[in-house]
Design a protein around this ligand. Structure first.
Ligand code: PHE
Length: 364
């Protein structure tokens, strides 16, 4: 196009037009630019039309062609930039709006496993590669399985109706106070001799299992106690089993659960069905050992009781303690869930408030 025919300021404006156009960030800026270039009055185009009118006849043809070409170029460029900015405005409006007709509708909430069940499944998954399978027992138990078979003496305070829920009018039937009666049930089964004179224990050469489930105690409800809670029992019977097997297995499992930095400690403790007995604590992840409500200021939280099987409980099931040995542990699931998810109050797990449950994805 023959620019040299035009006034110098319009030539300059035309040269910088593409840059000015691109710099228009919104429709308002574009409209101002449009007014300046092709508006009815005072615009570059309007001035060119006046020039054209006033031009000598012999220049009108060339000048007219130049002015038209220029106006067309401006119009086209302004139009396509306007379309771009309108698209952009729609896109921003859709983002800002609460309802976007292009998005798929929200699906109704789906059912899901409770976080405590998911944690128990995860525990089972941690131990399964080590050869543990799952065994189950009833929640309504007999005194024989819950106490007698576990070497718990007849006068032990845990047997009292202050600690244990008994069924009215059903002699010796109670809500199990721990998952340890599953030990007794499994020992009785694997110790029993079949027609060939051999026991399941002898045929298998040993057993490893976990027994997850609900247990009941007459405890007052508070941030760390509930009359119904969950345990996961673990047990091994074999030959030459010692405390080192117990410690190694549990330390491995805690690292799998809490991460490689998990710190555990074992303290000597007493349970009638193990000898020696121990309790295992983990370093409180809520306060990292500084002391808080959950660890009661000690920096450690007790997660489980454990020990080597007392000879009496093997003998109760007809298993020779001179040949067989083993270990057992019983782990508090709520305690563990509180540690894994850094939840300071176990009642949250039973209130089933969806807003809480939905935050518990980390327990998988
Ligand atoms: N049953 C015990 C409890 O509930 C825990 C435990 C299990 C201790 C196995 C030793 C061995 O406190």
């Amino acid at each position: 196009m023959e620019l040299s025919l035009l006034p110098p300021d319009i030539q300059d404006a035309h040269r910088s037009f593409p840059g000015t156009l691109a710099a228009c960030a919104d429709l308002d800026a574009l409209m101002r630019l449009k007014g300046a270039f092709v508006g009815r009055e005072g615009s570059h185009a309007a001035r060119l039309m006046e020039l054209l009118k006033a031009a000598p006849k012999d220049q009108k043809r060339d000048l007219g062609a130049a002015v038209n070409a220029l106006k067309n170029e401006w119009d086209q460029a302004l139009k396509s930039r306007q379309a771009e900015l309108e698209q952009e405005r729609l896109r921003l409006a859709a983002l800002a709006s609460a309802w976007d007709p292009d998005l798929p509708p929200p699906l109704p909430a789906q059912g899901a496993l409770h976080p405590l069940n998911r944690l128990m499944n995860r525990l089972v998954d941690v131990f399964r590669p080590l050869g543990f399978h799952v065994e189950e027992g009833p929640e309504a138990e007999t005194e024989a399985h819950n106490f007698d078979g576990l070497n718990i003496p007849p006068d032990h305070p845990a047997r009292g109706s202050a600690d244990t829920f008994y069924f009215k009018g059903q002699d010796g039937l109670l809500l199990r106070t721990h998952t340890s009666p599953v030990q007794v049930r499994v020992l009785l089964r694997i110790g029993a001799r079949g027609a060939d004179g051999r026991s399941e224990l002898e045929r298998r050469g040993g057993i490893k299992f976990l027994a997850p489930g609900r247990v009941y105690r007459k405890d007052e409800i508070d941030p760390t106690h509930s009359p119904m809670f969950h345990q996961v029992e673990g047990m091994i019977v074999g030959k030459g089993i010692g405390m080192h097997h117990l410690k190694g297995t549990l330390a491995y499992a805690m690292k799998a659960l809490f991460g490689p930095g998990a710190e555990v400690r074992f303290r000597p403790s007493y349970f009638p069905f193990v000898e020696p007995g121990a309790e295992m604590d983990v370093r409180c992840p809520l306060c990292e050992g500084a002391g808080c409500r959950v660890c009661k200021g000690s920096g450690w939280v007790e997660l489980l009781g454990a020990g080597l099987l007392h000879p009496n409980i093997l003998a109760y099931a007809g298993i020779d303690p001179e040949i067989w040995s083993g270990y057992a542990f019983g782990m508090g699931v709520e305690r563990t869930a509180m540690m894994v998810s850094e939840t300071p109050d176990l009642r949250l797990f039973f209130e089933n408030d969806q807003r809480f449950l939905r935050t518990m994805g980390g327990l998988d």
